[in-house]
Ligand binder design. Structure first.
Ligand SMILES: Cc1cc2nc3c(=O)[nH]c(=O)nc-3n(C[C@H](O)[C@H](O)[C@H](O)COP(=O)(O)OP(=O)(O)OC[C@H]3O[C@@H](n4cnc5c(N)ncnc54)[C@H](O)[C@@H]3O)c2cc1C
Length: 477
């Protein structure tokens, strides 16, 4: 699924090394590096060409570098800088915006061998990790000490902390806990020319200098290579209680979300599935949620007074005409109630080829966005299912199309653009969590004003003056 070839390293051999397919500059870069961190086997290299996105360009990388230490990363970057070789950093390749896609003549720098959890400090509630650590592994490790690392992207079982930081990944917990960046205290970063920089702190507070840590967060491999991350941890919360409510109208569900926000209750999860998604889930699972359901809300609370929080939420749901409200405090039953959300994307995937979008609007406007998407689907003759994180306004419209049909492909990309435009009109953003990458690079200057775009370019030039880091991602030029 991720295209990652974990741990497989084919050292460059003399025969391969003299291969005509390697340019002089790539050969000169490779020559200075330990052979065991260089992969040129074309079959393996090919598996590093793309992430999980659709409608994004990619190319076969010339080679893959798989360094084991910060010093080796620095050596890779210094050599690439000297020889003007383009470098595309890569975690697990699970991204959905083409940000880790290789470009022609580039080297992919994969962090998959840097998997140490160096420190878990229960008193200061921090962990220090290497970038290739899989997110679920960190969550499990700190849980063993009664601690909690909240960020939980849907890819938690295979994406890496480095990739999560570089995309500022979100997930279902964000409504209460925030995004990955809210848990990043400090970083070690290798700059484009191979210099090693420390940013941030290990302390609860700290305001010394510009916030370079959060300049790197979400920079999608365009400003530096993250080689160590210090994250903040929380005490483990209580097991969550769950509520599921079905609504006969989208408006009722939308107003419920707004009212939950207004009430001051902060659930630890507040997810929505629209009619199309509910029907796809029913068809895939036989769950029987019902064809009359216009929207399903799934709410969790892990507060000490979760009973009271969910009682308030239930009463709000009923005020807005929820048809069916089911509550559970039993962890097994809660997991079953979450099944519809877990199945949302797999169920939509069964309907055809899919293009997953990621936009965010103010929470008060999610019903308007979903209504607009219904109109866009009808206008384009496409099925579009919507699910996502209603509690923070971040939705994932999923466009179903036929990859083998040029007209259907064209309709899909046109609908994708229409949804992105509509999110901006509603006061939202072109991406809530998946990042800009190559998929939405042309939209960045639509969202940001000219001055902001100029500052983006100035920052890029300051940190990567020759433009060797991940060109074409985030910024179009
Ligand atoms: C089924 C599925 C569900 C998903 N659910 C979510 C979700 O709920 N929320 C969410 O936010 N995303 C989600 N994603 C998208 C994706 O998993 C995230 O963007 C994730 O953070 C990418 O991590 P990765 O390790 O795979 O990084 P990659 O895809 O390999 O890289 C992503 C970007 O980070 C850069 N990068 C990677 N490592 C480093 C590093 N060490 N230093 C500098 N740059 C680096 C790359 O150059 C690229 O620009 C999902 C993806 C899938 C396939």
């Amino acid at each position: 699924m991720t295209g990652r070839v974990s741990g497989e390293v084919a050292p460059v051999s003399g025969a391969e090394f003299t291969g005509a397919e390697l340019s002089e500059s790539v050969r000169a870069t490779i020559e200075t590096l330990p052979p065991e961190i260089v992969i040129v086997d074309q079959d393996i290299v090919a598996s590093y060409a793309r992430d999980q996105s659709r409608f994004t360009d990619s190319a076969l990388p010339a080679a893959v570098f798989a360094p084991r230490t910060t010093e080796e990363v620095a050596a890779c970057m210094a050599a690439a800088h000297r020889n003007s070789v383009t470098v595309v950093p890569r975690g697990a390749g699970s991204g959905l915006s083409g940000a880790a896609n290789a470009v022609a003549e580039c080297v992919v720098l994969s962090l998959h061998r840097m998997t140490a959890i160096r420190e878990v400090d229960a008193v200061n509630r921090i962990a220090v990790v290497e970038p290739g650590v899989v997110t679920a592994d960190l969550r499990a490790r700190v849980a063993a000490d009664g601690l909690f690392y909240p960020p939980d992207p849907g890819s938690v079982e295979f994406s890496t902390i480095g990739g999560n930081v570089a995309t500022n990944a979100g997930g279902m917990c964000c409504v209460k806990y925030g995004v990955t960046g809210d848990f990043v205290l400090g970083l070690q970063v290798v700059l484009a020319d191979g210099r090693i920089m420390r940013t941030g702190r290990r302390t609860v507070k700290g305001v010394a200098g510009y916030d370079l840590t959060h300049l790197m967060v979400g920079s999608e491999g365009t400003l530096g290579i993250i080689t160590e991350i210090t994250v903040k941890l929380l005490p483990a919360p209580r097991p969550a209680q769950t509520l599921v409510a079905s609504f006969p109208t989208l408006d009722g569900a939308g107003r419920t979300v707004s009212e939950i926000a207004r009430s001051g209750s902060i659930p630890s999860m507040l997810e929505i599935l629209d009619r199309t998604t509910v029907q796809a889930v029913d068809a895939a699972s036989g769950m029987g949620i019902g064809s009359d359901t216009a929207a399903l809300l799934i709410v969790q609370s892990d507060d000490v007074d979760a009973d009271a929080v969910l009682a308030r939420v239930e009463s709000i749901c009923r005020n807005f005409d929820a048809e069916d409200v089911v509550l559970s405090s039993d962890p097994m039953e809660s997991a079953m109630l979450l099944e519809a959300r877990r199945l949302a994307l797999p169920a939509l995937e069964r309907l055809g080829d899919w293009l997953l979008d990621d936009v965010a609007v103010p929470v008060s406007r999610i019903a308007e966005l979903i209504e607009s998407i219904e109109t866009i689907a009808a206008e384009h003759g496409l099925t579009i299912g919507v699910f996502g994180h209603a509690g923070d306004g971040n939705l994932h419209p999923t466009i179903i199309y036929d990859e083998s049909d040029a007209g259907s492909r064209e309709a899909a990309i046109s609908a994708f653009d229409a949804i992105t435009r509509r999110a901006l009109e509603l006061g939202g953003t072109i991406t809530g969590e998946h990042g800009v990458g190559r998929l939405k690079a042309r939209w960045l200057t639509v969202e940001h004003d000219e001055t902001s775009a100029a500052v983006h370019r100035a920052v890029k030039t300051a940190l990567d003056p020759t433009g060797i880091l991940n060109p074409g991602s985030v910024l179009t030029s």
